[in-house]
Design a protein around this ligand. Structure first.
Ligand code: CMC
Length: 436
């Protein structure tokens, strides 16, 4: 019997099946041959929320949730955060290798020359309600880019794919900044090609009347680090959405808008905004024990805590705490930081959190840092979407070039009625009564 196999006995029939094991997985399709008879469809797995299902083979981002390890293309996140720029990491994620000096120069130059938005896109954005949420504006505007770039439909042409990738990475900060300016009623600011990726984003957000915006270098570097930390995170909810929508061969603007929609939810990228609301609700350090008690009684969740994969400290949260020191030296300490640190201290000592292996995740400290930098909470998830676009696009490319991938189409376990006789309208029971 070959070693890398598993033998399954079907107790319904007494039959035995030997299936190959590859990379610690069995192929779900191999289970189909396990049948009770000729009419049987074959065995399937039932895995709501994909708790134990690998949907792809990937060489982009590696996570070991038990050990708290995160690597992009083999490089530990801590090393990249310390030594690289965000656009350098974007290159690594997309092309698999760190760029040489000249490759990086060309790459930065190309992204910089894709930051402008078509004037019709600006007009489109002007149509949003005056106080529209920036994340909803971002999602809608990214999908509207599909109308500006119909060539994006050529998803099987590598050159066209690369062009759309550059456009999306270049334009995300411009759309994000315009969403913010629209929300606060300020005129839009055009990109400045003399500035770095993050400096230019700050320019488009915060420039008022000065002829040339000068970004604080400490804040710009901290933002760049935050972008590196958020750039990819293997098969999370929004990346899975990107792959699912991309698998139908939708264009990358529509697929990215779908991924950003998934990101906006409070259990995913929307958590950073919720952390700030939670800290506001707690109000002071003294109220932390009572708040923890409430959470343990099942009244809500501690936002910014817990993770599907990390059952140890999220390595990104550790780096954020380290980067936060430099930001607070410029901005002064934030009272919310004290509440957050107390919350973390008490939660980490508590059995409820220890037994469930709940640790701070990336969103726990990022919001506090963003607020100290001058961002409104409504912008926090937008700040997540800008760098994650690189991850989504890397995974989208990997999907399209993987010969094993097809349109994503899960199965279901049918729990509804068998065939029923049609009921004439006068004989129907009201639905409300029927569900009581
Ligand atoms: N506070 C209190 N209890 C929690 C929390 C929390 N934040 N997270 C999980 N639990 C409890 C949960 O109630 C369950 O308890 P029990 O076994 O008694 O029913 C147990 O821990 C296991 O939780 P789960 O819901 O099965 O875990 P999951 O893997 O399905 O959910 C999660 C992961 C991130 C959605 C969840 O931990 C959560 O809702 N956290 C708060 C929101 C948050 O911070 N999200 C950001 C995630 S990281 C960045 C990103 O993905 O964008």
């Amino acid at each position: 019997m070959p070693q890398d196999t598993i033998t399954i006995t079907d107790n319904r029939t007494g039959q035995t099946y030997t299936l190959p094991i590859e990379n610690g997985t069995i192929r779900a399709m191999d289970l189909r041959k396990i049948k009770t008879g000729a009419d049987d469809f074959g065995l399937m797995t039932y895995d709501p929320a994909f708790m134990n299902t690998a949907s792809c083979r990937s060489a982009i981002t590696y996570i070991d949730g038990d050990k708290g390890i995160l690597r992009y293309r083999g490089y530990p996140i801590e090393v990249l955060a310390e030594h690289s720029s965000f656009l350098e990491v974007a290159y690594l994620l997309l092309f698999g290798e760190l760029p040489t000096a000249s490759e990086l120069k060309n790459w930065v130059n190309e992204i910089t020359h894709h930051t402008m938005l078509h004037e019709t896109t600006k007009k489109f954005m002007e149509g949003f309600r005056y106080n529209a949420h920036p994340m909803a504006m971002l999602v809608s505007t990214v999908s509207a880019l599909s109308t500006v770039y119909p060539d994006a439909k050529n998803i099987h042409d590598p050159a066209s794919r690369l062009l759309q990738i550059k456009r999306l990475i270049g334009k995300m900060p411009s759309i994000a900044a315009m969403s913010y300016r629209h929300n606060v009623g300020f005129p839009y600011v055009y990109p400045d090609n003399d500035l770095t990726y993050t400096e230019n984003f700050m320019n488009m957000l915060w420039k008022i009347v000065e002829p040339k915006y000068a970004a604080n270098p400490v804040i710009a570097r901290a933002l760049d680090i935050l972008f590196i930390l958020h750039a990819d995170h293997e098969q999370n909810c929004s990346t899975n959405t990107m792959r699912a929508v991309g698998s139908s061969h939708a264009d990358p603007y529509l697929a990215t808008a779908s991924a950003a929609s998934a990101l906006s939810g409070p259990l995913h990228g929307g958590a950073n905004e919720e952390v700030l609301r939670m800290l506001d609700e707690i109000g002071s350090k003294d109220n932390v024990p009572a708040y923890i008690k409430k959470i343990k009684e099942g009244k809500g969740k501690l936002m910014g805590f817990g993770h599907r994969v990390y059952k140890n400290y999220d390595p990104r949260a550790k780096i954020i705490k380290w980067a936060a020191d430099s930001v607070f030296e410029v901005t002064g300490r934030n009272t919310k930081l004290e509440i957050a640190m107390e919350l973390e201290r008490i939660a980490l000592e508590d059995d409820y959190f220890a037994q469930r292996r709940l640790y701070p995740n990336v969103d726990f400290y990022s919001g506090i840092m963003y607020q100290a930098m001058g961002f409104k909470p409504e912008m926090f998830t937008v700040l997540f979407a800008i760098p994650r676009t690189v991850g989504w696009l890397s995974q989208w490319q990997e999907l399209l070039t993987d010969p094993e991938q097809k349109i994503a189409r899960p199965r279901q376990v049918w729990i509804g009625h068998e065939t029923r006789a049609f009921v004439p309208i006068e004989k129907r029971t009201p639905v409300v009564a029927a569900t009581r």
